[in-house]
Design a protein around this ligand. Structure first.
Ligand code: IPM
Ligand code: MG
Length: 364
């Protein structure tokens, strides 16, 4: 195994709800890999989300922002609390995550949707539709209706209105399309771009631009377009028709939660949010306040996010594969957290983390 001894400064943002519990398991994995001499990662912590509102009166404190700028890469647990859910937007935990994405220019969001063989029976879909499933959703992360201006409320009449702006410009679409075509070139050379161009101007610019990039630079990649409503249907009808799905911020948010169910549990899926120079790695699930503190959250999405960090930020696919293989082995041995257990028997969060690091130890 290749030894990476260049020092990595990692920032940990555990966040809210189940975030701190899964972060503990991620730290165990990193420590084992450090101890084996395969990495030299040092880490620091900062607050984001609800915990940051409690401690600093803002979901994305300056101190956190500074540490993010200084870090080589970042691991994030989850944000979101019941306590702050009715706050105005600037004081919602989610605004901290959006500020982090925007300020670091993390325009690329990579969400791999794959299934471990031993979990094909855990999904509500038929196993034959899922066996061997391997999709990547490339979601644009800092544009669209999430950030479009103007936005706000008009309450000058008795009929209060909330409004947002969906927009995409050519340059915003070009860079994410470029990324998706490059991903596709290393896979099955097939991209399905998802939009709502039959209704929305933002999607018409999206589609035109994706077409132009493909014909100018990636004519060997097979590109097709799909409306988002149809894509939502096709994902559950015949998910294996997809390889790379390229889509905008809001459609990617929705389709990735839908697609997570193909893999048995939203607790299984990691993600990478990337700029041209930095990566933030986080599970796609939220803070799950209803199960927080009970020790039952599945840490696998978080540990797979560590694997993605090794692949994307540390350029070490071997360690990434080592972690994934250990998760595969542990699942094959029958270990299950509550969300993926077909029976009433399951192990807790730290037992799952321990089983995975034991297998990593056996293989380094
Ligand atoms: C996600 C989450 C976030 C989003 C929330 C927490 C703001 O759902 O990463 O998918 O909508 O992007
Ligand atoms: Mg989401």
């Amino acid at each position: 195994m290749r030894t990476i001894m260049s020092k990595t400064n990692l920032l940990l943002l555990p966040g809210d709800g189940v975030g701190p519990e899964i972060m503990e398991e991620a730290i165990k994995v990193i420590s084992i890999i450090n101890d084996a001499g395969l990495s030299d990662i040092s880490y620091d912590f900062a607050d984001i989300g609800g915990i940051a509102i409690d401690n600093h009166n803002t979901p994305y404190p300056d101190e956190t922002s500074k540490k993010c700028l200084d870090a080589d890469c970042i691991l994030l647990g989850a944000v979101g609390t019941k306590k702050h859910e009715n706050n105005k937007n600037e004081l919602k935990p989610e605004s901290g995550l959006l500020a982090l994405r925007k300020s670091l220019e993390l325009y690329i969001n990579v969400r791999p949707i794959f299934i471990f063989d031993s979990l094909v029976d855990s999904s509500s879909l038929k196993p034959e539709l899922l066996k061997g499933l391997d999709i990547v959703i490339i979601r644009e992360l800092i544009g669209d209706v999430y950030f479009g201006e103007p936005r706000g409320f008009k309450d000058d009449s008795s009929d209060k209105t909330g409004y947002n702006t969906m927009s995409y410009s050519t340059s915003e679409v070009e860079r994410i399309a470029d990324y998706a075509f490059n991903v596709a070139a290393k896979r099955a050379s097939k991209v399905v771009s998802v939009d709502k161009a039959n209704v929305l101007e933002a999607s018409q610019v999206w589609r035109e631009t994706v077409d132009k990039i493909q014909s100018n630079k990636y004519s060997d990649i097979d590109l097709s377009h799909m409306y988002v409503d149809n894509a939502a249907m096709q994902l559950v009808k015949d998910p294996k028709q997809f390889d790379v799905i390229l889509t905008g911020n809001i459609f990617g948010d929705i389709l990735s939660d839908e697609a997570s169910m193909l893999t048995g549990s939203i607790g299984m899926l990691p993600s990478a949010s990337l700029s041209n120079s930095k990566g933030v790695y986080e599970p796609i699930h939220g803070s799950a306040p209803d199960i927080a503190g009970k020790g039952i959250v599945n840490p696998i999405a978080m540990i797979l996010s560590v694997a993605m960090m090794f692949e994307y930020s540390l350029n070490n696919k071997e360690i990434s594969m080592l972690i994934k293989n250990s998760i595969d082995n542990v699942l094959k041995s029958g270990f299950r957290t509550k969300d993926i257990s077909p029976t009433s028997e399951f192990i807790n969060t730290s037992e799952m983390g321990d089983a995975i690091i034991q297998d990593i130890k056996n293989n380094v």
